[in-house]
Design a protein. Structure first.
Lengths: 323, 613
């Protein structure tokens, strides 16, 4: 009994304005596609690929908001293409899709996000306390649900890097990337700082090498997080407090640390980060794309999708007309 | 001659999901020069989509649980087609792998006394799945990713492997592939290679799998001369989303049912009570009242039929829909809204809540979900030695979904994540041991390399040929309609003919736009493996003239004990002499499929299976 293949109901058309190009430049190209019920932006991108432009580059994997691959700027707002339903965008208007602006373009909607993988190498890993005698017998660590939940919030992160993209510390200041970890890695540090088993001390590293002080808590990152992680309130602000406490009132800071932890110094913690780092062996041209310092003005204010979107900025200066 | 860059390692792992990363960590810890190659960015592999949990008999919730019960459940769930030694090792070692993950930073949900909480899933006698809400796969992959980064692992991201390379004597010697971002070709010389490439679901139309699941490892093993087994055993997960059409197939975790959700038809009936098979009758509740008592206390009643193994539930849903009792969009209703409080649902199933709210506009705390079967997992795969994961070609190893045998004819939910870690680790050891012991020069033959490269770029020199997306879609429709959840002889014959025709069309693809991050080209280079594994599945399905687990034949609706004694083995006897199909790989016509005996279960383990419930 052959299974019946169900066909889409088509209803009208949708115009997509998609950025095409590479590190040397590019432009927006319009594609008119049939509209279909219940679709997300990624579905329409896929249909453009399958019909008019098989070489249209975009990343995707799960198509369910779980892998964080299909990040782009939709009508100027950093979003996951797989979780943005077409019917939430202004009806009848052209939908503009551009690559993330904070990262160098490889091709079309695909950007070189290797900055994030480089920062990840510099985060000292978990250094768990030893098991107690009771835990050895029980076969595993004991942690209370309430204690794991704080870090679990940050471990929901799907590494879509939309928070990194929207963060104006790097979005408009390419030069900051060398000394700024960004929201994704502040929540990683917060996760480890609040991890019930961790014995590392990351405060000095956060302040001196990861640029925690550069964040001026505009909460743009929280606003774009598809996992709804309260990046600023629950991670960055508590980290800033810990760093300040450690500097001016070490006793108060110590009081916050969970009992029974053997403390280790920041130097020891930093020494655990691989010094040369994992050589994520990256493709020759892709990684080195040409990062352009942003000179085009103020940080983009993220508004709700229904509000008038800011005009999308092309990812690099548009010089060539043909990619 | 096309230029390429060359690298050299002792052990190379293809795939950066749970199995690949676990293998890499182990091989590197043993002092071997190790690298991981993956088609996507690190951390995006399909493992990330696993939801409900990781099965391990830790006994944190029911102290009665132990590896023997887990072994029994796995074998019965697999309809006894499993490689018993794999099932045994898996059940014995899974608890240590979970605890190890915790020591590396994973934060599982906790019991009241602070241990790892375990949840109920289909086919598992006790609550056994270590989990983090309904995003356990993300926790696993992120933990392994962070562990690999901390160990300074070399990772080749966004690199598509085209072919394995081999020495004159057939021993694996490396791989050839290309960087997706630049299109530049790459050769990696290796003393041992671990396949950890996952599944094949992208050849079906409605699937929970991502674009990456094109069976690359299965196909490359076959082209290198290795055996595949049980390729007809494909798992259709009972609960995929059915509406809107654009999300059809996306997974709805079995955790919904483990946590109390029930299946109803359009008449409001909990229809699963009508579909309890003889094999599970003694351990399944026969009234709603008895089933409902079980959730809080497994000794107060027998298991609800909604928690039968996946193959049984998927077939039952299929029958309800075919019988005209389906939901408006061709599924059935999965109801947790009337069974648990809104707060409980949001806490225990946060991503399901989110997924339905955002993609379907359905609030699962207030209304039922519409669900139906979706192609989810292939039990079949590379035939391996249970202890070392060695394939039948020297130097080649396989772990995770790409390996066959562990799950028999049907996998239990939760057994995949634990499989990844147990056999990922074993593959790392197996490959490292092989590489350490390997003597003599590892040789790369230029002809093999250039052959693969030439075939890969050929579509750019062709004008007016096929669009690769059309071929993919036609293959998906063929597999969905003719090699789907319910199969028949004539339809499988038809599928084989269609796959041959698709192979001819795939050899005539033409492309534009260059090799730099070109999805059309990437898909074209995935088509040879998609066609190869589809052929294997259809051949095995035609030959297995019975219904068992993930293989259901309309024309042979019952289980045949004689068929239970054999695995169907797909192989290409002499790949170098085989006619060329597409992309320079052996034609699908050169694949053979024949029955070979299933490893015989020792008596002491056999006794475990026969224990009364």
């Amino acid at each position: 009994m052959a299974e019946e293949i169900i066909r889409h109901n088509q209803s009208g058309e949708v115009t997509m304005r998609i950025w095409r190009g590479d590190e040397e430049g590019g432009e927006f190209t319009e594609y008119v596609m049939p509209a279909q019920e219940g679709e997300v932006v990624l579905d329409v991108i896929h249909r453009v690929q399958a019909t008019e432009a098989p070489d249209l580059a975009c990343r995707w994997n799960c198509k369910a908001g779980k892998c964080g691959s299909c990040s782009a700027e939709i009508n100027g707002r950093p979003s996951l293409m797989c979780m943005t339903r077409m019917d939430t965008l202004p009806e009848g208007e052209t939908v503009t899709v551009a690559p993330m602006r904070a990262f160098p373009v490889i091709r079309d909607l695909v950007t070189d996000v290797s900055y994030n993988y480089e920062v990840a190498k510099r985060v000292p890993p978990l250094s768990p306390r030893p098991k107690t005698a009771d835990e050895e017998e029980a076969g595993g660590y004991r942690m209370a649900q309430v204690d794991v939940e704080r870090s679990q919030e940050f471990r929901k992160c799907i590494e879509c890097f939309l928070c990194q993209d929207v963060c104006h510390v790097v979005r408009d200041h390419e030069e900051n990337k060398t000394a700024y970890a960004g929201p994704r890695f502040f929540i990683r540090s917060a996760e480890l700082e609040m991890h019930p088993l961790d014995t590392n001390d990351r405060r000095q590293l956060l302040q001196e090498e990861q640029g925690l002080g550069k964040c001026n808590i505009t909460k743009c990152c929280t606003e774009v997080c598809p996992e709804h992680i309260k990046i600023t309130d629950n991670a960055i602000i508590p980290l800033k407090e810990r760093v300040v406490d450690a500097k001016y009132d070490p006793v108060a800071w110590l009081g916050r640390k969970i009992r029974n932890r053997s403390m280790r110094s920041a130097e020891e913690a930093a020494a655990e980060a691989p010094s040369t780092g994992p050589a994520a062996v990256l493709p020759p041209g892709g990684v080195q794309g040409i990062p352009q310092p942003r000179t085009d003005g103020a940080p983009v204010l993220v508004t709700s999708p229904s509000a008038t979107p800011p005009p999308p900025a092309p990812p690099t200066a548009v010089t060539d007309t043909e990619a | 001659m096309t230029e390429y860059e060359t690298h050299e390692f002792d052990v190379v792992i293809i795939g950066a999901g749970g199995a690949g990363l676990r293998a890499a960590v182990e091989a590197q810890a043993m002092g071997l020069r190790t690298a991981v190659v993956c088609k996507s960015l690190l951390g995006k592999a399909h493992t990330v989509m696993a939801e409900g949990g990781m099965a391990a008999a830790m006994g944190n919730v029911y102290s009665e649980d132990n590896w023997k019960v887990h072994f029994r459940d796995t074998m019965r769930g697999g309809k006894l087609l499993n490689n018993w030694r794999m099932a045994q090792l898996h059940a014995q070692e899974a608890p240590d792998r979970v605890r190890e993950l915790e020591a590396w930073g994973a934060l599982f949900d906790r019991t009241k006394d602070g241990l790892i909480l375990q949840r109920d899933f289909g086919g598992h006698r006790y609550a056994r799945l270590a989990h983090v809400g309904d995003r356990t796969g993300l926790e696993l992959i992120r933990t392994m990713q962070q562990k690999a980064v901390a160990e300074g692992m070399e990772v080749f991201m966004e690199l598509k492997v085209l072919r394995l390379l081999h020495d004159a004597d057939g021993t694996v010697s490396g791989l050839v592939g290309y960087w997706r971002p630049t299109g530049g070709f790459v050769v990696i010389k290796a003393k041992a290679i671990v396949l950890a490439t996952g599944g094949v679901g992208k050849s079906w139309m409605y699937t929970s799998n991502s674009w990456e699941s094109t069976g690359d490892g299965h196909a490359m093993a076959l082209w290198a001369g290795a055996d595949l087994i049980d390729m007809e055993c494909v798992q259709f997960h009972p609960t995929g989303m059915v509406w809107p059409l654009s999300v059809r197939g996306i997974l709805v975790t079995e955790g919904v049912r483990g946590d109390g959700g029930v299946l109803r038809n359009s008449e409001g009936t909990r229809f699963m009570f009508d579909y309890v098979s003889d094999m599970f009758r003694a351990e399944t509740a026969d009234s709603e009242d008895e089933a409902d008592k079980w959730y809080d206390d497994h000794t107060a009643g027998r298991r609800p039929p909604e928690l039968l193994p996946r193959d049984e539930v998927a077939r039952s849903i299929n029958s309800e829909v075919k019988g005209g009792r389906g939901s408006p969009h061709g599924g059935v209703f999965l109801d947790i809204a009337t069974r648990r409080t809104a707060e409980d649902i949001r806490r225990r199933l946060p991503s399901m809540y989110h997924q339905f709210k955002e993609l379907a506009g359905v609030d699962i705390t207030a209304e039922a979900m519409e669900v139906g079967p979706t192609c989810h997992y292939i039990m079949g795969g590379v035939r391996v030695d249970a202890d070392t994961t060695a394939a039948t070609v020297p130097g080649l190893f396989a772990a995770g979904e790409v390996a066959g045998g562990m799950h028999g004819a049907n996998r239990l939910g939760g057994n995949s994540l634990s499989d990844l870690l147990v056999f990922g680790r074993r593959a790392g050891i197996g490959a490292a041991d092989f590489a350490s012991a390997r003597s003599g020069e590892v040789t790369l033959e230029e002809g093999q390399i250039q052959d693969a490269i030439d075939a890969a770029v050929a579509p750019f020199e062709r004008e007016g040929g096929e669009n690769p997306y059309d071929i993919q879609q036609d293959l998906q429709e063929t597999m969905q309609s003719l090699v789907g959840i319910i199969r028949s002889g004539p339809e499988l014959e038809e599928a084989l003919v269609k796959i041959e025709a698709l192979e001819e069309r795939a050899a005539n693809v033409s492309l534009k736009g260059g090799t730099k991050y070109n999805p059309g080209w990437n898909l074209t280079t995935d088509l040879p493996s998609m066609l190869t594994v589809s052929r294997c599945t259809a051949m095995g399905a035609l030959n297995r003239k019975e219904s068992r687990g993930g293989q259901t034949r309309d024309d042979f609706p019952t289980t045949d004990p004689e068929m239970g004694k054999v695995n169907f083995v797909e192989r290409i006897t002499d790949p170098s002499a085989a006619p060329v199909g597409v992309g320079g790989t052996p034609s699908v016509r050169s694949i053979t499929s024949q029955p070979e005996p299933v490893p015989v279960l020792p008596d002491d383990l056999k006794a475990l299976l026969e224990e009364a419930y």
